[in-house]
Design a binder for this molecule. Structure first.
Ligand SMILES: [Zn+2]
Length: 241
């Protein structure tokens, strides 16, 4: 195949644009915000799971607390009734003695219940604190997610705009190059990581970075400037400088 050196040079320019577009697309797909947002989602999910567990626990502890409060109130009521009966002095001495005995038992019971009540209250406070902490985490994580989404959107817009600029450049450049050369370039590029044309610098192919043997270099030198040459190693279009 033949193409003028001018067209071959334009092909290198096209390659530079295509390489830039490829890099921008890779950058777009690998924006750190994607990974950061995924991590935030995982944390939000974990927080929601723990929150559900801790909220259930809080509801259970609240019931326990109410139960022990009722127990304390009931014992306090009985003590107060017994005390008023005792102070009224009605009843036989034996009955009064029984009342005093019962009051001592009730006081002991009340003290035990109050200890239990304190324990449940402390547990309730601890669980409540964890619920609050998780709710707080949720708010913070959602705020962070929002900020990351904005950053992602801005970065995406910026890169897409750069890609757009490069694509416009490409659209202006491509028609200046011979169709058959472009077709060959596209074919080679498709199977060579997006690089279809490379410069021959000294005896080195800038596409695969391998040296071309002396015999081949001599052969290339003997070819007219409009002869399209290909790298023996990577098959890319080699453009002489
Ligand atoms: Zn090569």
């Amino acid at each position: 195949m033949k193409a003028s050196p001018e067209h071959q040079n334009l092909l290198i320019e096209l390659q530079l644009i295509d390489t830039a577009i490829s890099h921008l697309k890779i950058k777009l797909a690998n924006l750190p915000e994607h990974e950061q947002i995924t991590a935030i989602h995982t944390r939000l999910e974990n927080t929601a799971v723990e929150l559900a567990v801790v909220e259930t626990e809080l509801a259970d502890v609240a019931i326990d607390l109410r139960r022990v409060e009722v127990d304390v109130e009931q014992v306090a009521d009985r003590i107060s009734k017994d005390e008023s009966r005792l102070s009224s002095g009605t009843g036989s001495p034996k009955e009064l003695e029984q009342l005093q005995h019962e009051l001592a038992t009730l006081a002991k019971r009340k003290s035990e219940l109050e200890d239990g009540e304190l324990e449940v209250m402390l547990k309730h406070d601890g669980v409540k604190a964890r619920v609050d902490e998780l709710l707080n985490d949720q708010v913070g994580l959602k705020q962070l997610e929002l900020e990351l989404n904005i950053r992602l959107e801005n970065a995406t817009t910026e890169i897409q705009s750069e890609i757009g600029t490069r694509q416009t450049e490409r659209a202006q450049l491509a028609p200046k190059i011979e169709v058959s050369l472009i077709e060959l370039y596209e074919k080679v590029r498709a199977s060579n990581d997006g690089v279809g044309a490379a410069l021959l610098v000294g005896n080195k192919c800038e596409g695969c970075h391998l040296s071309i043997n002396a015999i081949e270099i001599e052969r290339i030198k003997s070819l007219p400037a409009d002869e399209i040459i290909r790298c023996e190693e990577c098959r890319r279009i080699l453009v002489r400088i």
